[in-house]
Design a binder for this molecule. Structure first.
Ligand SMILES: [Zn+2]
Length: 192
């Protein structure tokens, strides 16, 4: 795990949480070895803005999708208490993982720059059913920032990773396509 940094004002998220009159709370860059689990309620009361960088190899749920585990994800979290006392965060992730193309099985860089909002809840039953935000479950009021960043990164990746448009993807033609190069044309001629 490597360090983090402070937010600049221009990086503030669009999220319109009620910050309860508190000014933003800027954290110092994280020293390695600090606990990754954070108290959601306390950070929301502080309107905390955090930034973390995680090597992709430290994100276990990502590994099957990666052609190689080089690189890192930059994650920024803006915690806030909403008007009704609930707590949430806006999370922005940036990364360029080397994904495996599902067509040609080669690695390719996929650029991710995504942002979403979550609402924290202690249980599914506790979550507000009509929340417009993704519900993220806490454990005893806390979450792992690394797991939260991993979740947001996974949500931002394509369901089926494909390196580029078909004409330029490095896909090898299948045997059937090689042996019947004019099949489509012949089918068309039969119909006319
Ligand atoms: Zn490909």
């Amino acid at each position: 795990m490597s360090g983090g940094g402070d937010f600049k004002n221009k990086d503030l998220h669009r999220i319109r949480f009620d910050r309860g009159g508190n000014g933003p709370y800027y954290t110092r860059p994280m020293a390695s070895g600090l606990s990754d689990r954070i108290d959601c309620s306390r950070l929301a009361d502080d309107a905390a803005l955090l930034e973390r960088h995680y090597p992709l190899r430290e994100l276990p749920r990502l590994q099957d999708l990666l052609a190689d585990a080089h690189g890192s994800v930059r994650a920024r979290f803006a915690f806030a208490r909403m008007g009704d006392g609930r707590i949430g965060a806006s999370i922005a992730v940036q990364a360029a993982p080397q994904l495996i193309c599902q067509r040609c099985l080669k690695g390719f860089a996929f650029t991710v720059a995504a942002e979403s909002e979550v609402e924290f809840a202690n249980s599914e039953a506790d979550a507000r059913a009509d929340s417009p935000r993704e519900i993220y479950l806490m454990e005893d009021g806390s979450v792992s920032l690394r797991e939260l960043a991993e979740e947001e990164l996974l949500l931002a990746l394509p369901l089926v990773a494909v390196c580029s448009t078909p004409p330029t993807c490095g896909r090898a033609p299948s045997l059937e396509e090689r042996s019947r190069p004019f099949a489509a044309l012949q089918d068309l001629l039969k119909k006319t």
